[in-house]
Write a protein that binds this ligand. Sequence first.
Ligand code: ZN
Ligand code: ZN
Ligand code: FE
Length: 773
Amino acid sequence: MTAELRRSITPDLRKATQVRKSILVRGRVQGVGFRPFVYELAVTSGLGGHVQNGGPGVYIEVEGPSELIARFEEGLRRKAPPLSDISEISSRDVAVRGDTTFSIRDSLLEAPGAPEIPPDTATCDICLEELFRQEDRRFGHPFITCTSCGPRLSIAEDTPYDRIRTTMRDFPLCSSCAEEYASPQSRRFHAEPIACRSCGPELRVLDSHGVLLARPPIEAARAVLVEGGIVAVRGLGGFHLACDATNERAVSLLRARKLRDAKPFAVMVADKDEAARVGAVTDAEVHELSDRAAPIVLVPRRGETLLAPSVAPGVSTIGLLLPYTPLHHLLLRAVGRPLVMTSGNRSGEPIATTEEEAIQRLGDVVDLILSHDRPIAVPCEDGVRRVVDGVRLPVRRSRGESPAPIALPRELAVKTLAVGGQFKAVFGLGLVARAVLGPHFGDLDDLCSDQAWRRGVVSFERLFRFHPERLVHDLHPDYSSTQYALERAQEEGIALLAVQHHHAHMAACMAEHGLDGDVIGVCFDGVGYGLDGTAWGGEVLVGGYDSFRRAAHLAPMPLLGGDSAAVEPWRAAAAQLWRAGLENAAERWVRAPSAPALRALRALYDGGRSPSTTSVGRLFDATGALILGMKRLSYEGQSGCELESLADRAREDEGYPMEVVDDDRFVIDPAPLFRALVDDLARGTPREALARRVHRGIASTTIEVCARIRQRTGLSRVTLSGGVFCNSVLTKMMVDGLKWMGFEVFRHQKVPPNDGGLALGQLAIAAARGGDA
Ligand code: ZN
Ligand code: ZN
Ligand code: FE
């Protein structure tokens, strides 16, 4: 309404039609510029009243002519700011008070309920433009943000989300910033983390012992990087280790110092053009790279690349990401070449977030520490995605996505905390119909990771005003997360629910797609605790959230040598060849460290007392050891990754046979695959073809099994879950083949198929069980 129109309404008429409404907007509405937006909308509508943050969301009171209020309410939904996500608007009439002006009030602290905190968001285009415009007062300021970009979760200490409850509280706004904060015309109106050179956090550089250096920080970091040194860089959710990705000596040095022999490093490139020079990126991949979450995207590497070979040895993909903080932009521009940006930790440890940790744990890895004085409240590792067949496949859901909620297919009767698994640990808070998943916390085998994970649970419970009434955990009794759940349930007297690992995988995939009823759940992974106490991992389940049965699985193979079986794939290869009766082939093709070692393994095999597993991950290990000659794995899933890269280069369509034995449930016997593989090895068939035939064999046999299950059950919906489905070649073969057979196929697009997705499945199953455990 224009001012003129407003004046033309007589005071009497105004009074006659005045109404006042109290409105509560729920969803992701704090820290996204929602109050300024409401202010703007109310003022331009000529309404009085106020807006404030409260526990469950944003409270609004508006007063004015009823039809203008109706229009205002409609505008709330239609014009909401880009980072917001409204889940519900409720309003009721209250007594008219005669307000004619509109204001933003301080947050309500006592209001109950669960707020939503937005994920951290990559620097927006407008801020970026200001960052590099010399006349701008924030030219070159490494902490530039606005209402639609910048840190959120990583600086949040408590809610309601206001500056005083973030790690920005120690940086009082200067008068210029305060003016922008208070001005409805500004892009920074009520943007909590804003700052400038005179009031904001400051960059600094320390040497590897933590001694503060009096040098311009970006310039100092640039100098070390171009000389081939290693710099720890404090990012949004933790420290990264950076080095020149085009300098082989620098990258090898980082590998040697970080004790990481082969796991690929991610590379930060300045922009989309540089991404296209390094990787063969498709439009869909560029789209993922430019996402507000700015994840690492695994893309095919260009044949002739400027990158150093040891950035990603043995695989044909490369993990790229774009700069997502102003500091990254400044650094990339100063250095002028792509930088390795890998999590600031040693293998297995959690990401370092404080300067003390960086000095203590990274001091002997780095030459310089590029830091600043804005603390990190919640550690967040980078997320990882890939694109398969033009569609997103999440590999790790973390910074930029957590804690955005995911809808649950059914409502939870009680507040439920899902503790996830042991590896790629992610916990999840279940609030009615929403799952709020935490970021990635690594493997809980590591004591530091376990502690970081526990601190993460505490932070999330505080931020979301959440106290669980039930805990849901994996069936594995030795998982740290299971033990945490058992202890806490006892201490606090709350209910427990144990969920079988692969059931949770299947349910996670179903939940993402809002499926109900029964499905055929293909669950292939490294390992999960089975109902019978053995290590499952090649399962085809039939069921839904409420229950499941094991309709098919891979034939069990002995795990020779306990824990070392998982890191020494030659053991799995020998076991499979012996199982298939290929004595001589084992002598010839298994790359055991020595002849006595192989004989000792044979004795274990003959003893018949080793535990067994149906894991598809171990099947990939066995084939990988034969095809690639691997003796020792340097990271989990390495065989699968390297085989996938080989298979991707072959273009034939033959697959190795596997036998399907119909024995009350279907058992998939890989013996024929190994016989054919050994024949091919003897013939000197190229490795690419061998790798492809392994993939095709597993895919075709699984599809056949699904078809036989469909015959018996009438089910035609298939979910693909478990860490093996991070493999794009196998995923694509399965999706295409199943669709061709008339199945409806569902694969992960919101949470990873690996154990990072377990918590979502656990919550979906808990919801189906109602209030009881
Ligand atoms: Zn911005
Ligand atoms: Zn300022
Ligand atoms: Fe798993």
